[in-house]
Design a protein around this ligand. Structure first.
Ligand code: BDR
Ligand code: CA
Length: 294
């Protein structure tokens, strides 16, 4: 199994990604960390706990950074007021652990017998602070698989994708860290669509929750499919062959009108960038995983 720590800001597509991850036995989810992002940290943390309870899991959740490094926190209305509008999730029976997300990651990495993969499906603040405070921990990180960025235009501005734009300075620290990294950006995620066609014939509790939240998710529509940005990072972990990745040198723009842009520059590659997705295989991966879910 691949040991992973997931950093998330649920988020309707985060919730769907976490759900899929719980049912993929290739993965051993050791810790979930929350942070500011789609909505504020109080909401993303409550949402993460609700998702875990919904799926009957008990993965520890650590609350992380409540704001970006140097800019004010920003929210989006893409996921509604709560961050997970559309479905009445039962209150969670679980509490966050007492350690801050950065400390929880540090202690887990330090004591782990094997290297751990960091999966980021929100802004990169938690991971940047970890790398700044505890640089020695890099030797315990297998790699970072992140949903964020784009080489073909943004979704918040014409240049920037939300997760990078929400904390560009943190993203720059991570991109420049020298660690092994995979960037799953809009170049592929905008083609990962799930909607009525995939969900209509399923009766499960999960399919019901997905349909209800996806209807309120303002990134796509149920007719043509809504965009499963974050799920792609999970799909990549278990089935990398579904994607085409290419080594590139990518830098993060941290000021000016293109702030938050991930830009390809010349030089030694620092990241594997997903540039293609087999849409049929992604859809099958989704349906096959959904079959296993509650
Ligand atoms: C990213 O932004 C968020 O709204 C989604 O959850 C995803 O992580 C896509 O740009
Ligand atoms: Ca997200």
């Amino acid at each position: 199994k691949i040991p992973v720590i997931i950093s998330t800001d649920p988020g309707i597509d985060d919730a769907a990604a976490l759900g899929m991850a719980f049912y993929r036995n290739e993965l051993d989810i050791q810790l979930i960390t929350t942070l500011h992002g789609n909505v504020d940290i109080n909401k993303t943390t409550v949402n993460a706990l609700k998702v875990i309870t919904f799926f009957g899991e008990q993965t520890p959740v650590a609350r992380g950074m409540e704001s970006p490094l140097f800019i004010e926190p920003v929210s989006t209305d893409v996921h509604g007021e709560s961050g997970m509008d559309g479905y009445n999730f039962p209150e969670s029976t679980q509490q966050v652990i007492s350690e801050h997300a950065v400390e929880a990651m540090r202690s887990l990495l330090e004591t782990s017998g094997e290297k751990i993969t960091l999966v980021s499906i929100g802004p990169l603040t938690n991971i940047a602070v970890l790398l700044l405070m505890y640089p020695h921990i890099k030797t315990k990180i297998e790699r970072i698989v992140l949903m964020g960025g784009s080489l073909s235009g943004g979704n918040v501005t014409s240049a920037a994708e939300f997760n990078i734009w929400a904390d560009p300075h943190a993203a720059k620290i991570v991109f420049d860290s020298g660690l092994d990294m995979v960037m799953i950006g809009l170049d592929v995620t905008l083609k990962a669509l799930i909607g009525n066609d995939e969900l209509a014939n399923h009766q499960s509790k999960t399919a019901e929750m997905f349909s209800a939240t996806f209807r309120h998710y303002r990134d796509g529509d149920m007719e043509n499919g809504v965009v499963m940005h974050d799920m792609c990072a999970i799909t990549y972990l278990t089935n990398p062959d579904i994607f085409k990745v290419e080594p590139k040198r990518v830098t993060v723009v941290t000021d000016g009108p293109a702030i938050g842009m991930t830009m390809e520059v010349s030089g030694e590659p620092n990241i594997q960038v997903a540039t293609g997705i087999d849409q049929e295989a992604f859809r099958n991966w989704f349906l096959e995983t959904l079959e296993r879910m509650i």
